[in-house]
Design a protein around this ligand. Structure first.
Ligand SMILES: [Fe+2]
Ligand SMILES: [Fe+2]
Length: 146
């Protein structure tokens, strides 16, 4: 899967790191792209939003595919949070593009960062824990078979 790479190598705050490299990388890029959106001018705002949205759709789809593969029970609740945030952000984009509501657009970044911290520590943390348990179980099984 290809993500539009941020120009600098992004870092993730320690409290948001879950210890699963692909997830942590996607999350660091999410924060870096939101940071770029926060710094965008009115002229570059829509382009910066679209870069964040394209990356976020892939990030969410990747997590949803992992949860589907694991048949992970909270996947529907987790996926509906993803859809909700994309719908809200899409509506804000429409207001910026159609009505020039840059105030609403700038407010969105702070709200997304708040939502993201909560989502990572709850939903994504549960998903990573389940991935870890399954890979330990798989490794134990291989060990028993060999
Ligand atoms: Fe995530
Ligand atoms: Fe998620």
């Amino acid at each position: 899967m290809h993500f539009p790479a941020p120009r600098t190598s992004p870092t993730l705050a320690p409290e948001l790191q879950l210890g699963e490299p692909m997830t942590d990388t996607m999350h660091a890029e999410f924060v870096a792209l939101l940071d770029a959106l926060a710094r965008a001018s009115d002229e570059t705002w829509l382009g910066a939003f679209d870069a964040w949205a394209a990356h976020t759709k892939q990030h969410f789809a990747r997590e949803e595919a992992w949860m589907e593969e694991m048949n992970f029970s909270p996947r529907h609740c987790h996926g509906s949070q993803h859809r909700h945030v994309l719908n809200v952000a899409g509506e804000v984009r429409r207001q910026v593009a159609d009505e020039g509501r840059f105030d609403t657009g700038r407010q969105l970044v702070g709200e997304l960062l708040e939502w993201f911290a909560w989502h990572v520590k709850s939903m994504d943390a549960l998903m990573v824990e389940a991935q870890r348990e399954r890979s330990i179980a798989k490794a134990d099984h291989v060990h028993q078979v060999v």
